[in-house]
Design a protein around this ligand. Structure first.
Ligand SMILES: Nc1ncnc2c1ncn2[C@@H]1O[C@H](COP(=O)(O)OP(=O)(O)O)[C@@H](O)[C@H]1O
Ligand SMILES: [Mg+2]
Length: 471
C-alpha cells in the first residue's frame, strides 16, 4: 500500500484573542488572570494523505484552511493532537511569508533554498532555472519590497517548486498570477505529480481543484466536513456557499452523513482487501472512488472563458449569455441527458428589421458541434424599435458526453437596407458536462446508445460437451 506521508490525529488549534495588545503580557505575568478569548480555528481533525496524492482543500473564508496547512508545514503547532509529516516540505503560503522584503529577489532565492537544505553551490546551479521560470527580468536584483504581488508569486512559486519537494503546499497563491503564468504553474504541478510528489492545494477555483486533485476535503468553521473525490467535494462546497442562510445547518448535517458513509465504505473496502491475500496493494484513488459519486448541477463562478471575442456592435448588444435549468437556476456544470436553456438578452439601440438570433456550441478545439438560428422566412422578428430588449431562449437536451464546451451568441438584422451581424460574441460562455450514470457512451455526442448482448452458443460444441458428461 502507498505510504502515508502526512498524518493528523485529533488535531485542534486554539488561538487566543486579546482585546488590548498589553493583555497578552499581563496574562504571562499573572497566569491566573484569563484576559483572552479563546477561538478554536480547528476542531479534532483526522487526516491521512498518501504519497503521490494531490489533496484539494476548499472551504469558505475563515474556515481554517490556512491554519491546517500551517500546522502541516510546521509554522504553527497544534493545541491538541499529533502531526506526522515525512519528507521535505516546500510551501507557498500567503503572500509575503518566507521572503525578506529588504533583500533582493536573488538573495531571497538563496536564503529560501538554504532553509530547504540546499547549499550555495546547489542553489547557484538551480538559480538560472528559477529566474527563468519567474520571468521578472531585472527585478530579480531589486529588493522584494518593490515587487508587485504578481512578481512576488512568480518568484515564490519558482523557488518553492524548483527545490524538488516531497510535499508541496500551495495556499491560494496561484489566483494572483495572470492566466499564462497560471498555465505554466499547472504544468509544473503536473510534473511534480508525475514524479510522485504529494501536493496540498488550497483554491477557490473549482475547475482547478477538479482537474488537478486526486482527492479533496471541505473545511467549515474549523471542522473537516467532508473528504471525498474532488467533484463531490466541490459540488457540496458550491451548495454550501450559495445556500440560504437558514438551510446551511441542514446542508451541513447532510454533508456529515455523506462523509460518515464514505468513511465506512472505504474502511469496508480496505478490510475486504486485507482479507483477500491475493491483493496486496490498493491505490488510495481506488477506494476513494468506490462510493457512488453524486453529481449535481451547479454554477462555478470561476469558469470563465479566457478567449472571448466580441465583435463591434452595430445597433444591438448581447447581454448575459448563460445556461439555466428549466427551473431557472443558472448553471455551468450540467448533467448529461437533461434539458437546459441557453439564454441571453439583446438590447437594441437602433430600430432594426428582420431580426434573427443564433447560437452555437463548440468543443475546446473549436469544432462546431451544434447550433441554431431562427429561420429567415418564418422566425425572424419583422421590426424592433430602438430601446427594446428581447430575451432569447434556446432550450436543448444535453446529449453530450462529459467534457467542456464553449458557446457563441449572435444577432443579425437589416439596418439601412444591409443584412449584417448586429452583435456577435465568440466563446462567450463555457460549461462542463458531467457524467450521466445511464450513459456508457464516449466521444463527444451522446447518441443514447444502448448496448445489447446476445450469447450465441456453438451447437456442435454443446453436443460434444453433453456427450462428455454422459460418459
Ligand atoms: N494568529 C491568529 N490569531 C487569532 N485568530 C486567528 C489567527 N490565525 C487565524 N485566525 C482565525 O482562525 C480562523 C481560520 O483562519 P484561516 O485558517 O486563515 O482560514 P482560511 O484560510 O480558511 O480563510 C479565522 O477565523 C481567523 O480569523
Ligand atoms: Mg487562508
Amino acid at each position: 500500500m502507498t505510504e502515508n506521508v502526512i498524518s493528523l490525529k485529533n488535531v485542534s488549534k486554539c488561538f487566543k484573542r486579546y482585546d488590548r495588545p498589553g493583555d497578552r503580557l499581563k496574562e504571562i505575568i499573572y497566569p491566573t488572570k484569563k484576559l483572552a478569548d479563546e477561538f478554536w480555528a480547528l476542531h479534532d481533525i483526522n487526516l491521512e494523505i498518501a504519497q503521490g496524492q494531490t489533496l484539494g482543500v476548499v472551504g469558505r473564508n475563515g474556515s481554517g484552511k490556512s491554519t491546517l496547512l500551517q500546522i502541516i508545514v510546521g509554522t504553527l503547532t497544534p493545541t491538541a493532537g499529533s502531526v506526522q509529516v515525512k519528507g521535505r516540505v516546500s510551501a507557498l503560503l500567503e503572500l509575503g511569508s518566507g521572503f525578506n522584503p529588504e533583500f533582493t529577489g536573488r538573495q531571497n532565492v538563496f536564503f529560501n533554498a538554504q532553509i530547504l537544505g540546499f547549499n550555495h553551490k546547489e542553489t547557484a546551479e538551480k538559480f538560472d532555472e528559477i529566474a527563468a521560470f519567474a520571468d521578472i527580468g531585472d527585478f530579480i536584483d531589486q529588493p522584494v519590497k518593490t515587487y508587485s504581488s504578481g512578481m512576488f508569486v512568480r518568484l515564490a512559486f519558482a523557488v518553492a517548486t524548483s527545490v524538488e519537494p516531497d510535499i508541496l503546499v500551495v495556499d491560494e497563491a496561484l489566483s494572483v498570477g495572470d492566466e499564462a503564468f497560471q498555465r505554466k504553474c499547472f504544468a509544473r504541478l503536473q510534473s511534480i505529480q508525475e514524479g510522485g510528489g504529494t501536493i496540498l492545494f488550497v483554491s477557490h477555483a473549482a475547475t482547478s481543484v477538479v482537474q488537478l486533485c486526486t482527492s479533496a476535503i471541505l473545511m467549515d468553521s474549523g471542522e473537516l466536513l467532508l473528504a471525498h473525490t474532488p467533484k463531490v467535494v466541490i459540488s457540496k462546497y458550491q451548495k454550501l456557499i450559495y445556500a440560504d442562510p437558514d438551510r446551511v445547518l441542514e446542508l451541513k448535517s447532510d454533508i456529515r452523513v455523506l462523509n460518515q458513509l464514505t468513511k465506512q465504505e472505504s474502511e469496508k473496502t480496505l478490510q475486504d482487501v486485507n482479507l483477500d491475500s491475493t491483493k496486496t496493494e490498493v491505490e488510495p484513488e481506488q477506494y476513494l472512488s468506490q462510493p457512488k459519486e453524486h453529481y449535481d448541477e451547479f454554477f462555478d463562478p470561476g469558469m470563465i472563458p479566457s478567449n472571448t471575442v466580441r465583435y463591434p456592435s452595430r445597433g444591438a448588444e448581447i447581454i448575459n449569455p448563460h445556461i439555466e435549468t428549466l427551473k431557472g437556476n443558472v448553471v455551468n456544470h450540467l448533467l448529461g441527458r437533461q434539458d437546459y436553456v441557453y439564454t441571453y438578452s439583446v438590447t437594441f439601440s437602433r430600430s432594426t428589421s428582420k431580426v434573427r438570433f443564433g447560437m452555437l456550441i463548440k468543443t475546446i478545439s473549436g469544432f462546431e458541434l451544434a447550433g441554431a438560428s431562427l429561420k429567415a422566412s418564418s422566425q425572424s422578428v419583422r421590426y424592433v424599435e430602438a430601446g427594446t430588449t428581447i430575451v432569447v431562449k434556446f432550450q436543448f437536451k444535453c446529449l453530450l458526453n462529459p467534457g467542456v464546451y464553449f458557446l457563441n451568441a449572435g444577432v443579425v438584422g437589416t439596418v439601412d437596407g444591409d443584412l449584417s451581424y448586429l452583435d456577435r460574441c465568440v466563446d462567450v460562455a463555457m460549461f462542463r458536462v458531467q457524467s450521466c450514470t445511464e450513459s456508457c457512451g464516449n466521444g463527444i455526442v451522446d447518441l443514447l446508445i444502448e448496448p445489447c448482448l446476445t450469447v450465441v452458443i456453438d451447437s456442435d460444441w454443446l453436443v460434444k460437451e453433453q456427450s462428455t458428461e454422459a460418459l
